[in-house]
Design a binder for this molecule. Structure first.
Ligand SMILES: [Ca+2]
Length: 456
């Protein structure tokens, strides 16, 4: 009995002590609590699709205001021109070739994000954050590859693209929403996805506003087939595509309002960007009923090319970051930065070291985001949607290998500062720059072959 009493007494003392430390923690909470991070990732949203990036018809007042309250980048790159590869890089800070992820995983695919990879969510969870994901995963949809196995405490969404169902993709695998690792029975209504994702994201913020959290909201839109709630349909001057993007703007506003209502607006870094450039081509499989039409395509603005290409339009995407008191309002920069850089940056915010024993291609750009100096990112490598290395850029020059249907690629050189639309090939005028960048590509490819990081 005596032993039990002592134990109870010890427990009481421990409870008093922890209550006291809790009170202390609450008193210092706004100063000491680690900042939250929210990443909103659109699917196939082009460089020219937002008001803040010059679209003349699509109205995006919440995103435009977000940019005015923070930083807008004009040379920001998703790391691949296609879904799965791009998402791999966002979450791991590594080019997708390192993880053996090419293109877009299909319903019959059996691979996914490797068990040995360390994601942003893994890092944030190790720092004590609550980690939530809502939306399109597209890094494997079989056991072993779920978001919950890659650092996310909670998940709600689609495990791959919203077109991976008949009539657009010839598959017999049913499309289902998931919560955690559990399939939600019933057909998926494409028109409701943005609204459902938004509700889940807002609920996550409400539930976790009293502790550090990381939220990754990966929209299925504006990937075709476009889906929009009836209350948003027919509102945009830019047709169905405009309706969908304006609904994403509304969704972002809901998330921002939830942050303010939770009292964490000033302690949260919000990032909005896209996984690749706009879809523009028209493969025959899309010309079935219900028909996808050319006006369902987005815009790369002044940039050449589209999703799936190594032209600028394939990977250069909108990027907006807001962090009141940390990122100066009204900032605009043409410095180079990439989704690859978000993992090192977020790791620093959370006070965690980078994963060891593997190559990390991204760099910590926090000082740059906060207006303290230029971006440390010096270069970007361009891949085709099939994983072929097709170019590299530095701060000014882009070497591009244009592959014809047959034969040797044509070497092109563009001055991206003078010619962001890639209209004038100046390779003949600058053989020294061509040689330097070709050597840089060769060394990068050789390093990939030798680093063994395919199986981290
Ligand atoms: Ca995409």
């Amino acid at each position: 009995m005596r032993g039990v009493k002592l134990t109870l007494h010890a427990l009481t003392l421990a409870a008093i002590a922890s209550t006291a430390s809790l009170a202390h923690a609450q008193a210092t909470t706004t100063a000491a609590r680690p900042p939250n991070v929210v990443i909103i990732f659109a699917d196939d949203l082009g460089y020219g699709d937002l008001g803040a990036y010059g679209h003349p018809l699509i109205k995006t007042p919440r995103l435009d205001r977000l940019a005015a309250e923070g930083l807008k980048l004009t040379s920001f790159y998703a790391s691949a021109p296609v879904c799965s590869s791009s998402r791999y890089s966002l979450l791991t800070g590594r080019y997708a070739i390192r993880g053996g992820i090419n293109g877009a995983l299909m319903p019959e695919s059996t691979n996914g994000l490797g068990a040995g990879e360390t994601t942003i969510a893994d890092i944030m969870r190790s720092a004590g954050y609550r980690t939530g994901m809502v939306g399109k995963w597209h890094l494997g949809h079989r056991p072993g590859f779920f978001p919950s196995e890659h650092g996310f405490d909670s998940y709600f969404g689609l495990l791959y693209s919203n077109d991976m169902i008949r009539p657009w993709v010839q598959t017999d695998v049913p499309m289902r929403l998931y919560r955690g690792t559990e399939e939600i029975p019933g057909e998926v209504d494409n028109a409701t996805l943005t609204e459902r994702y938004t509700g889940e994201a807002v609920a996550f913020i409400r539930e976790n506003g009293n502790r550090p959290f990381f939220l990754y909201l990966a929209h299925s839109m504006p990937h075709v087939p476009l889906g929009v709630s009836p209350r948003f349909a027919g509102r945009s001057a830019n047709g169905r595509y405009g309706d969908v993007v304006e609904m994403l703007d509304w969704s972002t506003g809901q998330v921002l309002d939830a942050l303010r209502e939770a009292g964490v607006e000033r302690n949260t870094l919000v990032i909005f960007t896209s996984d690749n450039g706009p879809w523009m081509d028209m493969p025959p499989r899309m010309l079935v009923e219900p028909r996808i039409v050319r006006t369902d395509a987005g815009s790369a603005g002044p940039l050449r090319g589209s999703k799936g290409t190594s032209w600028e339009g394939g990977t250069r995407v909108p990027f907006i970051a807001r962090w009141p008191g940390r990122i100066p309002a009204g900032s605009v920069s043409s410095d180079l930065a990439r989704t690859l850089d978000l993992l090192p940056t977020v790791a620093r915010i959370a006070g965690r070291p980078l994963p060891e024993n593997r190559a990390i291609d991204g760099q910590d750009i926090l000082d740059f985001l906060e207006g303290n100096g230029p971006s440390p990112a010096q270069e970007f490598f361009y891949y085709s949607s099939g994983g072929r290395l097709e170019g590299v850029r530095d701060r000014r020059w882009k070497l591009h290998l244009a592959y014809p249907d047959k034969g040797e690629p044509m070497t092109e050189l563009f001055d991206l500062l003078a010619d962001p639309s890639e209209r004038w090939n100046v390779a003949d005028e600058h053989p020294d720059i061509v040689a330097r960048l070709r050597e840089r590509m060769r060394r990068f490819a050789a390093g990939l072959a030798g680093d063994g990081s395919r199986q981290p």
